[in-house]
Write a protein that binds this ligand. Sequence first.
Ligand code: FES
Ligand code: FE2
Length: 328
Amino acid sequence: MTTLIDNPRLADQWHVVCEGADLAGGPVGVTLLRRHYVVWRAPAGDVVAAPDRCPHRESPLSLGHVTDGCLVCPYHGWTFGDGGRCVAVPSAQPGVPVPPKAHLAAIAVEERYGLVWLCPGTPAAKIPAMRWEDDPAYRRINSGVDEWSANTLRMTDNFLDISHFPYVHTGTFGIAANTQVPKFEIVPLDEDFAGYEYEVDVANDLGKSVSGLDAEVIKRRMTTGFALPFTVRSTIHYETGLDHIILLCSTPIDEARSYFTFVIWRNDDFTVPGEDVIAFDRAIGAEDKRMLERVPGALPLDNTATVSVQADRASVEWRRRLAASLAG
Ligand code: FES
Ligand SMILES: [Fe+2]
């Protein structure tokens, strides 16, 4: 059956598959849109990605190891360097050249915000800009990449949705009485993200070290928006002047499984350990994961296939734009 993830235009987008830090121990095998890739750090320090299949006898290269930045196949030791070029065939007699087909068909890869982004096709757009990345007042905290047994469309839909807060996030910041969602418009938030602005009262008991405020209930001014295909960004502004920005990245492994990672930027005084900040947001993510892993199947991209209300406007607009971009 042809599904959304078989759409070739999705392969022309950037997708997060791991963190740069994951490559320190050797090659990493990832699956994106049902295809397997090997990712490693080459001699010049650049990240290389290629199909996870040795051109010789098709061993998964991700089972190999990296020596001096070169990827060594675990089966017969063929060795691959910068850009996936085969630089050694150990069984060959001296002076015999490497067969031209021995080079790997490297795919587009970028390392940005501590994340490794792959584009198996021809990049049709750029990785969304996060203007806090180069601002010394902000620090970046990466969370690691998790695997969810959930459909990527459902995850992106969830991250754009605030009406689930009082039901799903009861263990972290959701307030049971706060169910009504104010009317909002979808506007450009900057060059890369479209979304909405709103104010929300949140429970603060678990988040005191994160917000820097003592009150039981605090107001957060927020924006939440999307960049196609599956990136969601929330900015949270506290009365103290603290900004907390979260980038949520979901990647289709296949129709039913996804990679999930989030990245945080904060202009705090850097005293709360990054791990503590991560722990709170991780707990929020775990609440979403618990819910989404119980929802079977893929979210239809066709907006008329599910019932939406005003509060779902961001997701409706995101799905409309995603469907248009994939239709060409
Ligand atoms: S299968 Fe990789 S070197 Fe033979
Ligand atoms: Fe949520």
